[in-house]
Write a protein that binds this ligand. Structure first.
Ligand SMILES: *[C@@H]1O[C@H](CO)[C@@H](O)[C@H](O)[C@H]1NC(C)=O
Ligand SMILES: *[C@@H]1O[C@H](CO)[C@@H](O)[C@H](O)[C@H]1NC(C)=O
Ligand SMILES: *[C@@H]1O[C@H](CO)[C@@H](O)[C@H](O)[C@H]1NC(C)=O
Length: 852
C-alpha cells in the first residue's frame, strides 16, 4: 500500500496536463461501498467518510424527515424497518416479478412497488416511492460530496466496479444511477479485473504469462476471474493483463450466510417464545443486524452469544449460537463456494496446474467455511492473501480510471476483459411469398470469452426493410430475459438505388455490432454499401458478396450472414455506447461515397434503460430533497444562533458587579432589554418549533436593536484612546516636518541650498495641521464630560477619518517629485517647480513614509 502511495505521489507531480480533473472510483457493493479519489494534491488512498471510516455501509434511509447514509441509515432499520434501504444491488435492473426480487423480500422489510419500466421502486412509509436507480444515485451523490470536499473541486468522472456477470440491463442501471447523481461514467470495470490491476501495480512479470485466480467473495455473489499477467521484459514495457475466464455464483455470498444465520435465530425465537417474529418487521430487522454481528464473531470463535434487547413483543432475546450449528445450516452451500474457480478455469481452457496462486478478495473470503472450502479445493499452497480483501478492487479501479482519463501518469497496464455470455444477432429470413413463415436465423457475434472493445460487421444482401435483434443466446440467470434490443432498419431500397446510380454493383446492408470496453452491446453503424466498379477488385468482391444471403435455401443456415474478420476492427476499440442507446458515430473520415447510412429505430426488448426525460425527472427529485435539506440545515443554524444569542444576552444582564455592560448602559435600557429577552424566550418556547428561518433571524435582529447602543458605547470607549493616540501622532509628525521644511527655506533665503518645498506648500500644510489640532482639542474637551452610559461626543471612526486627512496632506508632500530648481534663476516661475524642460527626478517615494 505504501509503495503504491509513494509511486503515485511521484507520478502525480509530473502530470501531463495543467487542468487535471479528479477521477472517482467507487466499489458499489451490496453491503459496503468503498471509494477512492485520484486527484492532484490529494494522497491516493481510500476515501474516508464523515466519521473517518474506510468503508461505508451500503444503505440509504430516513429517520422521519432526516435522510441518512451509511451505518446511520443501517442502524435505523430496527426502529424504522420500512424506511431503511440496504442491499439495493440485488434490485438493479430486476423486474418486479423476478427471482432477485423474491430473494430481496426474504432479507429486507422494505415495501416494494413496481415502476412504469417494470423495475422496482421502494416505498417509504409516507407513501413516496423511489426507484432503485434514484436511491443508488443518492448514495453515489453522497460519495461524490465526500470526494468533492477532499478534492476541493467538482468531481464528475467516475469509474464503478461491476460483477463480470452483469448484463447490459444491469450495467444500464448502474450508468443511469451515476447520471442521476450528476456524474459521468468514465468506465465500468469488473471487480475481479480491478483487483488484478491493483495486484499488477506493484509487481513485475516476464514474457511468459503468469496466471492467477482472483477469488472474490462478496455479499451478493462469489466471482472467480482467471487473469494472465505478462510483460515484454524490459523495465519500460507495459504490463499486459488479460482476463482469460470468469466463473460466478450469483446466489451464494455473505448475504445468503446472513440470511441463514438469521433463520437460526428466528427459529430459535419462535421455539422459545412461541410467537411468530416473522410478522414483526422491527424484530426481523433487529435480528438481521444481529445475524451480521454474530456471523463476524463466529468467524473468529467457535460460539457466540446473541443478545437483542426488546427484539419484539417486549421480549429480550438471548441465545447461544455455535459455529458448528451455523455451518450445518450452510452445508449445501459448501460445494458452491469453490465452484466458480473451476468454472472460470474451464472457461479459460486452463487447469489448476497453470495457476500460480489463488488471490483471495472480498469481505466474505474471510469467512472460515468459505476459506476452508477454497483451500480444500485448490490446495493450501496456492492460496494467496497478498491483497487487501476490502480495498484492492476500489484501488485497482481508481488506478485504471486514472490511466483511462490519460491525465495521470501511472504504471502502464494494458487491460483486456471479456464477456461471459454468448451474444447473438437474430433476424427473420426473407420469404418468397407472404404466406410462407419466415425462419429465425441466429448468429452468435460475440461468443462467451469475446474481448471487450470489439466490433463485428454483419453483411446482408436484402432489399426489404428488416429487423435485427440483439440478445443473449441463453438466459444470463434462469428466468432472466435474454433479449437486449432490436433495431428496425428502413430505407434500404432508396439507398440501393442511389448507390447503383453512382455506379455501385450488388449493394448490401452492413451492420456493425460493438461490445464496448464497459461491456455494453449495441449496434453502432447500419449502412447500405456498394462497391464502386473497380476492375481489379470487382470479380473478387462479387463472388464474395454472392455467397452472402442471396439465396433462400433453407439448408444453408449460417451462410446467409458473413462476419468480417474481427481482427480488422478489433484494434480500433469500440468506444463506449452509453446506456440509452445513443450511438457514438465514428469520426467521419473521408467516408467513401459507396456508403449510405440507413435509418434505424432502436427498441429495448426487456428492461429499457431510463430515458433522458426519466433521468431528468429523477435528478430534479433528488435536487428537491437536497435543497429541502439545505433549507432545513439553514433553519437549524438560525435557530441555534438565536438561542445562543439569547443565553449570551441573559448572561450579560445577570452578571453582577461593574461589568463593562453595566457601565455602558442605563437602568432603563437594561429593563427594556430584559423585557424583550423574556418575550423572545417565550416566543421560542411557544412557536419556535414551527417558525421559519426568517422568523429566527427577525427575532434576533429585533433583540439586537436593544443591545446595540450599549455595545456601541462600550466599543467606542475601548477605541477612543487608540484613535486619539493616532491623531496626536500625526499632529506630531506633521509638526516635525514643517519645522524642518521651514528651516530649509530659511537656509535657501540666506543663499544656501535650494529648499525642497516652497513657502506656499509649507503654509498650506501648516494650515491643515492647525485646523486638525483645533478640532481635536475641542472634541477631547467635550468627551471629557461624557459618562460611560452616554453616547460619545465624537466617534473613534471620525477621529481616524480626520487624522487620515492630515496624513494624506503630509504624504502628498513627502511623495512629491523633486524639481531641482536652477540656482541661477530665482524667478517666481522657477520656484513653482513646474517649468517644462527641466530635469525631473523622482525620489524613492516610500522611504519617508516608512520612516514615519
Ligand atoms: C497448462 O498446463 C498444462 C499441463 O501442465 C500444459 O500442457 C499447458 O501447456 C499449460 N497451458 C498454459 C497456457 O500454460
Ligand atoms: C500611544 O502611542 C504610544 C507610542 O506609540 C504608546 O506607547 C502608547 O501605549 C499608545 N497608547 C495607546 C492608548 O494606544
Ligand atoms: C531639508 O533639507 C535636507 C538637506 O537638503 C533634506 O534632506 C530634507 O529632506 C529637507 N527637508 C524638508 C522637509 O524639506
Amino acid at each position: 500500500m505504501t509503495r503504491i502511495t509513494v509511486f503515485l505521489v511521484l507520478c502525480l507531480s509530473i502530470f501531463t496536463q495543467n487542468a487535471l480533473a479528479s477521477v472517482l472510483a467507487i466499489d458499489y457493493g451490496s453491503d459496503w461501498i468503498k471509494a477512492s479519489l485520484m486527484s492532484p494534491g490529494v494522497p491516493f488512498d481510500v476515501l474516508l467518510d464523515r466519521s473517518s471510516k474506510r468503508k461505508i455501509q451500503s444503505t440509504v434511509g430516513w429517520k422521519r424527515e432526516d435522510r441518512l447514509f451509511g451505518s446511520d441509515a443501517f442502524n435505523v432499520a430496527g426502529r424504522f424497518p420500512t424506511d431503511s434501504f440496504s442491499s439495493l444491488k440485488y434490485l438493479q435492473a430486476a423486474s418486479y416479478d423476478s427471482q432477485s426480487v423474491s430473494f430481496y423480500k426474504s432479507i429486507s422489510q422494505a415495501e416494494l412497488a413496481e415502476t412504469s419500466r417494470g423495475t422496482v421502486a421502494l416505498k417509504r412509509p409516507d407513501g413516496t416511492e423511489w426507484s432503485v436507480e434514484e436511491l443508488i444515485a443518492m448514495q453515489l451523490a453522497y460519495i461524490r460530496d465526500l470526494a468533492e470536499s477532499a478534492a476541493q473541486e467538482k468531481v464528475v468522472d467516475v469509474i464503478l466496479t461491476v460483477p463480470p456477470y452483469y448484463t447490459v440491463q444491469e450495467r444500464d442501471a448502474v450508468v443511469d444511477a451515476i447520471e442521476i447523481a450528476g456524474m459521468k461514467t468514465l468506465a465500468l470495470i469488473h471487480d475481479g479485473t480491478a483487483v488484478a490491476v491493483n495486484y499488477a501495480m506493484t509487481r513485475t512479470f516476464s514474457e511468459k504469462p503468469e496466471y492467477h485466480v482472483i477469488y472474490d467473495a462478496g455479499a451478493s455473489s462469489i466471482r472467480a476471474t482467471i487473469v494472465g499477467f505478462s510483460s515484454e521484459g524490459k523495465k519500460s514495457s507495459p504490463t499486459t493483463l488479460t482476463v482469460k475466464g470468469v466463473g460466478y455464483d450469483r446466489s451464494t455470498g455473505g448475504t445468503e450466510l446472513d440470511r441463514r444465520l438469521r433463520e437460526i435465530l428466528v427459529n430459535d425465537f419462535v421455539k422459545k417464545h412461541k410467537k411468530d417474529i416473522r410478522q414483526d418487521k422491527r424484530g426481523m430487522a433487529k435480528l438481521w443486524k444481529e445475524a451480521g454481528r454474530v456471523k463476524a464473531i463466529l468467524s473468529a470463535n467457535a460460539e457466540a452469544m446473541s443478545s437483542v434487547e426488546s427484539v419484539a413483543f417486549d421480549i429480550d432475546y438471548r441465545s447461544k449460537v455455535t459455529r458448528k450449528e451455523f455451518e450445518n445450516a450452510c452445508k449445501d452451500l459448501k460445494i458452491r463456494f469453490a465452484k466458480p474457480i473451476f468454472d472460470a478455469l474451464s472457461h479459460a481452457g486452463l487447469s489448476l496446474d497453470n495457476v500460480t496462486s489463488v488471490i483471495l478478495a472480498g469481505g466474505a473470503s474471510r469467512t472460515p467455511m468459505i476459506q476452508a472450502a477454497v483451500k480444500a479445493a485448490v490446495g493450501e499452497s496456492k492460496i494467496a492473501l497478498n491483497v487487501n480483501a476490502d480495498e484492492a478492487a476500489v484501488l485497482g479501479a481508481a488506478l485504471h480510471g486514472a490511466s483511462l482519463s490519460r491525465q495521470f501518469k501511472t504504471k502502464d497496464i494494458r487491460v483486456t476483459d471479456i464477456t461471459p455470455y454468448d451474444i447473438q444477432v437474430s433476424y427473420n429470413s426473407e420469404t418468397k411469398s407472404n404466406a410462407a413463415q419466415p425462419r429465425v436465423i441466429n448468429t452468435v457475434v460475440f461468443p462467451s470469452g469475446s474481448k471487450h472493445g470489439n466490433k463485428k460487421t454483419l453483411t446482408f444482401k436484402r432489399k426489404d426493410d428488416f429487423v435485427l435483434r440483439l440478445a443473449y443466446k441463453s438466459a444470463p440467470v434462469p428466468g432472466y430475459p435474454t433479449d437486449i434490443l432490436e433495431v428496425s432498419i428502413s430505407g434500404i431500397q432508396d439507398a440501393y438505388e442511389q448507390l447503383i446510380e453512382s455506379g455501385a454493383t450488388d449493394p448490401v446492408v452492413k451492420a456493425t455490432v460493438v461490445l464496448s470496453e464497459s461491456g455494453f452491446a449495441n449496434f453502432q453503424d447500419v449502412v447500405a454499401f456498394g462497391e464502386i466498379k473497380d476492375d481489379s477488385l470487382t470479380g473478387k468482391l462479387k463472388s464474395l458478396l454472392n455467397n452472402v444471403g442471396s439465396t433462400e435455401s433453407e439448408s444453408e443456415k449460417e451462410t446467409e450472414v458473413r462476419l468480417s474478420p474481427s481482427s480488422t476492427v478489433a484494434s480500433e476499440g469500440a468506444g463506449e455506447t452509453s446506456g440509452d442507446g445513443k450511438e457514438k458515430k465514428e469520426k467521419e473520415k473521408e467516408k467513401p461515397k459507396d456508403t449510405i447510412p440507413l435509418k434505424i429505430e432502436t427498441k429495448w426488448s426487456s428492461i429499457p434503460p431510463m430515458t433522458g426525460a426519466e433521468k431528468r425527472t429523477a435528478r430534479d427529485r433528488l435536487r428537491t430533497i437536497d435543497l429541502a435539506e439545505a433549507a432545513t440545515r439553514r433553519k437549524e443554524e438560525a435557530r441555534n444562533a438565536l438561542e445562543a444569542y439569547l443565553y449570551r444576552v441573559r448572561d450579560l444582564l445577570e452578571e453582577e458587579g461593574d461589568t463593562p455592560f453595566r457601565k455602558c448602559s442605563t437602568e432603563e435600557e437594561r429593563k427594556a432589554l430584559g423585557k424583550k429577552l423574556e418575550d423572545t424566550f417565550d416566543w421560542l418556547h411557544e412557536d419556535g418549533d414551527h417558525a421559519s428561518t426568517a422568523d429566527y433571524v427577525k427575532h434576533r435582529t429585533d433583540l439586537e436593536k436593544f443591545e446595540r447602543p450599549v455595545v456601541y458605547r462600550y466599543n467606542e470607549i475601548k477605541e477612543f484612546p487608540h484613535a486619539l493616540n493616532n491623531s496626536q501622532m500625526w499632529n506630531w509628525q506633521t509638526r516635525m516636518f514643517i519645522t524642518e521644511a521651514k528651516m530649509n527655506l530659511s537656509v535657501e533665503a540666506q543663499g544656501g541650498e535650494v529648499a525642497r518645498y516652497t513657502q506656499e506648500e509649507v503654509d498650506s500644510l501648516e494650515k491643515t495641521l492647525k485646523e486638525h489640532e483645533t478640532w481635536l482639542n475641542e472634541v477631547v474637551e467635550k468627551q471629557k464630560g461624557v459618562m460611560y452610559y452616554e453616547d460619545p461626543a465624537v466617534e473613534a471612526g471620525e477621529l481616524r477619518e480626520r487624522a487620515k486627512v492630515l496624513e494624506s496632506a503630509l504624504q502628498r508632500m513627502v511623495r512629491k517629485k523633486v524639481t531641482r530648481r536652477k540656482t541661477t534663476s530665482s524667478s517666481s516661475s522657477s520656484r513653482e517647480g513646474t517649468k517644462t524642460g527641466t530635469k525631473v527626478e523622482s525620489e524613492p517615494t516610500n522611504t519617508k513614509h516608512d520612516e514615519l
